[in-house]
Ligand binder design. Structure first.
Ligand code: ADP
Length: 550
């Protein structure tokens, strides 16, 4: 029997219309650094999105051309998020932290036709442009002097001013009816292994993902919230927060290029931010700043944290020192990105909350998960069996853009590359990424667990653990530690003694290195490849303690 329900497409256009009319008096605030913040109501954002669509149409965007953005988190980027998909084109957020040749590769692979660039990023983009031949129009947002603009000149493309284009365009646009399955936006994975791969989100997947983000069991954002996405809009849709804000009527507080702890704390104070979202290194930096310089973060309801494992010690510190609950979430670009979110089940109290909060969390309704063994057998979801997490669902990519990558899929499920357990209540507990796994004498050692334990030591600022070849055991963990500034210089023996109270003896690292900083990826995650290379080339100074019996 057919249903009687309307076949109404799920599109970004609906989010645009709803957010900019029903919540027309809500606002997006863009940090100005030393200058005052810029404020723009959602009604004005809607009108400017229409102007942008008209302007892009004038420049020849009349179908599914890719329109790139090379921008920080700000009001104009929000306008691009709304206008480009709603006019039927494809928003392509370019990661400005990548090397110029990588951005050039990505823009060319996606065949970007036009790109909107923040004026402050012209020096970076000028290096990309000669490597991205498909770009016909460069649109500069913000004030730029003639000299800077001159660096963008070249054959094959025109340079425009975003504000001039908008000023000359009409303030209403006849948004087309779109197929919900058509591409709305693209994002490339950061390519920690191999070349970056393109994920093309559909209108439908983005709509469903935004709805899931708004649910109470999801990110739970609503009209009472002022959300500050520190996670960049060029990285996995800023975790879906811009669309979730438009859908739910939450205000947005955008850091623009000022993503440093002092500015973040000042924004929280002055803009009365209720929800912040960023990777662990951001909130660790903010914590250190608050401890050293103070600050009023009492407006916060929660800090959402994902992108890499959030150490329990950080969560406890925010709870103990500021009465604030952090919300740990797991996801990936391929999942739009939300996959699971960590809150203790109803009725769990006291110390019992921590194993839940520190886990990667419970899978969203719409994200199905299972574990697979090395040889492709499906393992039980019993909280004990360890395997690679595989997912499927309506906002999970089923392929990559012009890249078949069969090794990334298993019978229609996405192989996440993350390794851990899944329990009957749907909680994911990751122990490793497939490529970070340490196998010692045939047994797994969790680099994440070791890192979290070492980082909980008061004299440690950061720690990354990698597996290194070992004659006897195949592989053993090496801990690269950044000492906390001002603390007594902790020794490998002390750290190992500290760990020995917490984990089995055979897992204790005997190799220790002290480093100035853990190398990070473009989005602030630990870049263990760099550490492995340094170890392999002998440029990492390693202290080896006497081995303990296995
Ligand atoms: P990349 O894989 O290139 O870093 P993503 O930004 O899509 O790109 O990262 C997704 C990966 O980040 C996940 O597969 C996982 O390894 C890691 N990750 C994300 N959130 C968490 C988390 N809460 N805990 C542990 N790892 C996480």
């Amino acid at each position: 029997m057919d249903s009687t329900m309307m076949d109404y497409p799920l599109t970004i256009t609906t989010i645009l219309r709803y957010g900019t009319t029903i919540f027309g008096d809500k606002e997006v605030v863009t940090c100005g650094g030393d200058e005052s913040s810029r404020r723009r109501g959602y009604a004005a954002v809607g009108e400017r999105a229409a102007r942008l669509a008209n302007a892009l149409r004038e420049l020849g965007v009349d179908g599914d051309q890719r329109v790139g953005t090379f921008m920080w988190n700000n009001a104009e980027h929000l306008e691009a998020y709304l206008a480009i998909p709603s006019m039927g084109a494809v928003l392509h957020t370019l990661n400005l932290r990548l090397a110029a040749d990588q951005v050039g590769y990505i823009a060319t692979h996606a065949a970007d036709y036009a790109v909107i660039v923040d004026a402050s990023l012209i020096p970076l983009f000028a290096k990309v442009l000669p490597l991205a031949q498909t770009i016909k129009h460069v649109i500069v947002s913000g004030a730029a002097d003639a000299a800077a603009l001159g660096t963008l000149e070249g054959p094959g493309h025109e340079v425009h001013s975003y504000e001039s284009l908008l000023a000359a365009a009409a303030g209403s646009f006849d948004w087309p009816e779109l197929d919900e399955r058509s591409a709305a936006a693209m994002c490339y994975t950061s390519g920690t292994t191999g070349l970056p791969k393109g994920v093309a989100y559909s209108h439908r997947s983005s709509y469903l993902h935004s709805m899931a983000a708004c649910t109470v069991n999801g990110l739970g954002v609503g009209e009472h919230d002022r959300i500050m996405p520190i996670v960049p809009q060029f990285h996995a849709n800023a975790w879906g927060l811009p669309y979730a804000a438009m859908m739910s009527g939450a205000d947005l507080v955008m850091p623009d290029r000022f993503m440093i702890p002092s500015v973040i704390v000042n924004l929280i104070e002055t803009e009365k931010v209720t929800v912040g979202a960023g990777v662990p290194t951001i909130w660790q930096g903010v914590l250190a700043f608050l401890r050293a310089s103070g600050g009023d973060i009492s407006s916060l309801r929660t800090l959402i944290c994902g992108g890499s494992a959030l150490p329990e010690s950080v969560m406890r510190a925010y709870r103990d020192e500021f009465g604030l609950t952090m919300t740990h979430a797991w996801g990936m670009t391929e999942l739009s990105p939300l996959g699971s979110i960590a809150r203790e089940p109803a009725g769990v109290t006291g110390e019992a909350v921590w194993p839940y909060r520190a886990s990667q969390g419970r899978l969203f309704c719409g994200v199905e998960g299972r574990l697979s063994s090395d040889d492709g057998q499906i393992l039980p979801s019993d909280g004990k069996a360890v395997g690679e997490l595989e997912c499927r669902g309506p906002w999970i990519t089923g392929s990559y853009y012009q890249d078949s990558a069969p090794e990334k899929f298993h019978d229609g499920w996405l192989r996440t590359g993350d390794v851990g357990t899944l329990d009957a209540e749907g909680f994911v507990r990751l122990t490793d990424r497939a490529k970070d796994v340490i196998k010692s004498g045939g047994e797994w050692i969790s680099s994440m667990e070791l890192e979290n334990l070492i980082m909980a030591h008061p004299a440690v600022a950061e720690a990354a653990v990698i597996g290194v070849p070992d004659e006897k055991w195949g592989e053993r963990p090496l801990a690269a530690v950044v000492r906390a500034p001002g603390a007594d210089p902790v020794t490998p023996d002390e750290l190992r003694a500290y760990l020995s109270e917490r984990i089995p003896r055979w897992q204790l690292p005997e190799r220790w290195a002290f480093i100035d900083e853990v190398p990070k990826t473009s989005v602030g995650k630990f870049q263990k490849t760099t550490l492995r290379d340094r170890y392999a080339s002998g440029s990492l100074e390693v202290t080896t303690l006497g081995a303990l019996p296995h």
